[in-house]
Design a protein around this ligand. Structure first.
Ligand code: NAD
Length: 522
């Protein structure tokens, strides 16, 4: 078993982490409700641990139904004011939030690494990306209510959009800061108020975000934060009658539970769920670039990434050499302390997740696949695994069908385009897909056939904020990004104004009814 070397000297990030543990985390994390930092009404707490060594990081207020109710009421009251705040003022406030995120990006990145185990090299850009999300939606706030003009004979129809009301945002433990901003920024830009329930395995950065929004001057109750477990605080949020919609990012099975829980109150839902995303590599592709992208899209962010390309489908003829090159790269990846800037893979978020990821090493052996790289735990404390490649796999194996959500890649050979497409689509998920070929016609044809919400051709995942983000099949419902987010956080209303020229139907005037289709309301 490989060991994680103890750092010889303390890196500045590690020194900052120690200081933040003493100053920011020692007192515990509280809810932020109606502009106040509060404990749970029942006084309950839970513990958050650092995946670096599973030591206690902090205690966290454990919200339940009563805390959610308080937060939902605060969001409901604040909505009456916030929906009237002009777009220019919302724009100003959201830019101010972005400024403060940028100013505290170093602190956010260190705390996020400490809490999630994600390597600091990626967390620095994740914090900056959070600021970009706020800026993007800040600039769209003034136009969020814009609609269309749809004239008809004798009528002027116009649409306008209005914020739906208080919304619940439920986020997962992977890259929690960036993902939270991705939901909260458009909600606020639209004029909605928010109750945020972050994941219990990584609650720290949500507290920072609440602090930043408060410091930026967001009115009390516009953004509320309730920590707690999914089955209590999360469930109560999805069932609360004052909450109009739930924006959820997490596992597919949790999405199903939320749909059931929200049925009674007819919640509008937006789901970003799991994935088992294929990267398809044809023999005619630029194989050096494809190799970089394949390695990056599974081993960056510890593989704990919804858009990770966790199945690589490689054309026969290049399969042996290409997978050998992946294995070589995987063996060279630096696993270590996430706060070290040299580290490429940090520890997995939680011992339970470590156990889950490692269970697939056994599954691969039992199913007859080959472990071409990795496949073992690294070190004895902390949740480290080695970057892993399974070769000789079939698409019907569990390692090819189930979302492992770790630095674990399953390689499958294919003979031709038809087989590649069939393998790519033969999973319950359909979030992202990646395609490598230099045949232009095939690229278009294949992209049209792929069952996925997002497809990148000859590229890793490069996000452009105005484009739609989301999945098909069991990977989600709805789209985020650009104007698509406003479709979720807003209601579209149509106003029909008569020009006074249409013939109105008349009843009770004693003449035989001659009803035209228009009068019948068709
Ligand atoms: P999870 O579903 O276990 O938890 C997500 C959130 O839901 C947490 O805050 C949790 O407390 C809450 N929750 C759990 N049960 C609940 C319930 N019954 N009612 C309401 N809330 C409940 O997911 P996770 O393990 O935290 O995150 C990993 C998953 O997230 C992976 O499947 C990954 O693919 C997915 N994910 C998807 C995207 C995407 O854009 N599609 C992005 C990131 C992560």
């Amino acid at each position: 078993m490989t060991q994680i070397d103890a750092p010889q000297t303390r890196h500045p990030n590690q020194l900052l982490a120690e200081e933040l543990r003493r100053t920011r985390l020692a007192g515990g994390l509280r809810h932020f409700i109606g502009g106040q930092w509060v404990d749970s009404q029942g006084g309950a707490t839970f513990e958050a641990h650092s995946p670096i060594d599973n030591s206690l990081l902090t205690t966290v207020a454990r919200g339940d139904e009563a805390d959610i109710d308080r937060a939902a009421r605060a969001a409901h009251d604040a909505f009456q004011l916030w929906k009237e705040v002009g777009g220019a003022e919302r724009r100003r406030l959201l830019h101010k939030i972005a400024d403060l995120i940028e100013a505290r990006a170093g602190e956010i990145a260190v705390l996020e690494s400490l809490d999630t185990g994600q390597a600091i090299r990626f967390m620095k850009s994740a914090a900056t990306r959070g600021a970009e999300n706020f800026r993007f939606y800040a600039d769209r706030a003034p136009g969020a209510g814009d609609g269309q003009s749809l004239p008809a004979p004798g009528f002027l129809n116009y649409t306008l959009r209005q914020p739906i009301g208080p919304v619940g945002v439920i986020t997962p433990w992977n890259t929690p800061f960036m993902l939270s901003t991705w939901k909260i920024a458009p909600a606020l830009a639209a004029g909605c108020t928010v109750v945020h329930k972050p994941a219990e395995w990584s609650p720290v950065s949500a507290t920072l975000l609440a602090e930043i929004m408060d410091e930026a001057g967001l009115p009390a109750g516009v953004h509320n934060l309730v920590h707690g477990l999914g089955e209590s605080a999360g469930k109560a949020l999805t069932e609360h009658p004052l909450i109009q919609a739930i924006a959820f990012v997490g596992e597919t099975t949790t999405g199903s539970a939320i749909m059931r829980q929200g049925a009674q109150t007819l919640k509008r839902v937006h789901f970003e769920l799991g994935g088992k995303n294929p990267v398809v590599v044809f023999g005619d592709a630029d194989l050096d670039r494809a190799l970089d992208a394949v390695v990056f899209m599974i081993y960056s962010l510890n593989g704990e990434r919804c858009t990770s390309s966790s199945r690589v489908l490689v054309q026969e003829g290049i399969y042996d050499e290409f997978t050998a090159r992946i294995a070589e790269r995987a063996r060279n990846i630096r696993v270590g302390d996430p706060l070290d800037p040299e580290t490429e893979i940090g520890p997995l978020v939680h011992p339970r997740h470590l156990e889950k990821v490692m269970s697939y090493f056994g599954a691969a052996r039992e199913e007859g696949a080959t472990i071409a790289a990795g496949g073992e735990r690294v070190g004895e404390s902390g949740n480290y695994v080695s970057p892993t490649l399974f070769t000789g796999a079939r698409n019907d194996m569990r390692i090819a069908q189930e979302e492992i959500f770790g630095p674990v890649l399953t390689a499958i050979p294919f003979s031709d385009e038809a087989e590649a497409l069939s393998l790519a689509n033969d999973v319950q998920y359909g979030l992202a897909a990646y395609l490598w070929t230099n045949d232009l016609t095939r690229a278009h044809r294949f992209a049209h056939g792929l069952q996925a919400g997002m497809i990148w051709v000859n590229s890793e995942n490069v996000r452009h904020l105005p484009t739609p983000f989301g999945g098909v099949k069991n990977s989600g419902i709805g789209r985020d990004g650009g104007d698509y987010s406003f479709d979720f956080y807003m209601e579209t209303k149509n106003v029909a104004i008569s020009l006074g020229t249409h013939k109105a139907a008349r009843l009770g005037v004693g003449t035989p009814p001659v009803v035209t289709p228009r009068e019948a309301g068709e």
